[in-house]
Ligand binder design. Structure first.
Ligand SMILES: [Fe+2]
Length: 390
């Protein structure tokens, strides 16, 4: 039986190598004044972007440029929104990694409003965002966060009272996403690995989520099979465009599934650890992926085996092992072993390298949200998980 479910909208999606070249044609009936937000090294890394911008200027568009070089803070969003609010921009384009796309998403949603974005952040502000924004096009240059298809932007304030919180409204989904895997060609191996592990985590967590539905399940399994066949290849052979394309597709799917089904405990850690310490999001996800899933699996194996999560881990085991006919426990244990070995092969960093020590773990566990994880854990178990990845 198919239970009740809902889906939020996706952007208009243009996917495939070379699709960036379609951008000028898509803007014909749009406002002539455009804000372009990029990463600090975007023009150097992706020569195609400069050519497209020149073409837009020749066609009469007025372009304004801003750059960001880190995960966006509320102050950074306020700075950019205050600077461009009075210019009556017709459009905002963000070209870069997840942080750049999140910056674009948050700025587009603050341009029509006054005040600070802090006021609208989940768990920080008291106001509800009205869901209005400047038209926004997301063009990712990494395969990871899936932000090009999600309804939230993650903003970070790091430090002793740090936090990572979302600005969220279903209308904040970008109007258009141009996912051109050519733009990921020069992404270095370590960033390809950590971003890819972020996408993998998002797919697995939304698949296992207590809020999953039949459509997100189908898309998540499709994405996981692409991660399985493409992630290691894309890390080892960055020029392999078939692998790059598979990874970009998986990341896009992960954005759609997480926007609809939510995430699990690993992303709970991503918020708590990432708020207190300067650790890249993909590294936190990648480093916690094995241990959290092993704890999930151990807890499920103690139960009677009838839960939905138990069956889903079995399906994951079949997909990742390419076998059938084993017993359920074998498949669950295969998933945990597979993840540990992948993390090892991709050389995902441990948390200790980022200044986190045993004395910090209580504080991290205290503020870690279980999110839509299929198993609930006590604080001591969260500390145990973190300890394994110090
Ligand atoms: Fe993520």
């Amino acid at each position: 039986m198919v239970n009740q479910f809902g889906l939020i909208r996706t952007p208009r999606i243009l996917f495939g190598a070379g699709q960036l070249a379609e951008l000028p044609g898509l803007l014909r009936n749009r406002g002539r004044r455009i804000l372009v937000i990029t990463g600090s090294r975007s023009y150097m890394l992706y020569p195609g972007i400069g050519k497209i911008m020149l073409r837009l200027q020749k066609e009469g568009f007025t372009l304004h440029f801003d750059r960001v070089d880190r995960e966006p803070s509320p102050a950074e969003i306020d700075r950019i929104a205050d600077r461009y609010r009075r210019l009556e921009l017709g459009l905002l384009i963000a070209i870069g990694g997840g942080s750049v796309v999140d910056t674009g998403k948050a700025v587009s949603s603050m341009l029509p409003l006054e005040g600070s974005v802090r006021d609208y952040l989940e768990g920080v502000g008291t106001k509800t965002h009205p869901g209005i924004k400047t038209t926004f096009i997301a063009i990712p240059t990494t395969s990871g966060t899936g932000s090009e298809a999600t309804s939230n932007a993650v903003l970070a304030e790091t430090g002793i009272n740090g936090y990572k919180r979302s600005l969220r409204h279903e209308n904040l989904v970008p109007d258009m996403a141009i996912v051109d895997p050519e733009l990921t060609r020069s992404c270095p191996p370590n960033l390809t690995a950590s971003s890819g592990m972020d996408a993998f985590t998002q797919l697995v967590e939304s698949y296992l989520s207590v809020k999953a539905n039949p459509i997100t399940d189908t898309l998540a399994l499709e994405g996981i099979s692409k991660i399985h066949s493409c992630l290691e290849k894309a890390v080892k052979h960055g020029e392999d465009m078939e692998a790059r394309t598979g990874l970009a597709y998986a990341a896009l799917l992960s954005g759609i599934t997480l926007a609809n089904a939510g995430l699990g405990l690993i992303h709970g850690f991503a918020s708590s650890v990432g708020g207190l310490f300067n650790v890249p999001h993909g590294v936190i996800c990648g480093t916690m992926m094995g241990v959290v899933n092993r704890y999930n699996i151990k807890a499920l194996l103690k139960q009677d085996g009838t839960s939905r999560a138990h069956h889903k881990y079995e399906s994951l085991g079949k997909l990742l092992s390419g076998t059938t006919g084993k017993n359920r426990q074998w498949y669950l244990e295969f998933v945990a072993d597979y993840l540990d070995s992948l993390i090892e092969k991709l050389q995902i960093s441990r948390l200790g390298g980022f200044g986190i020590s045993a004395s910090d773990l209580d504080r991290i566990a205290e503020i870690t949200d279980n999110k839509a994880n299929p198993v609930k854990f006590e604080k001591g178990e969260l500390v145990g998980m973190l300890k394994e990845r110090l």
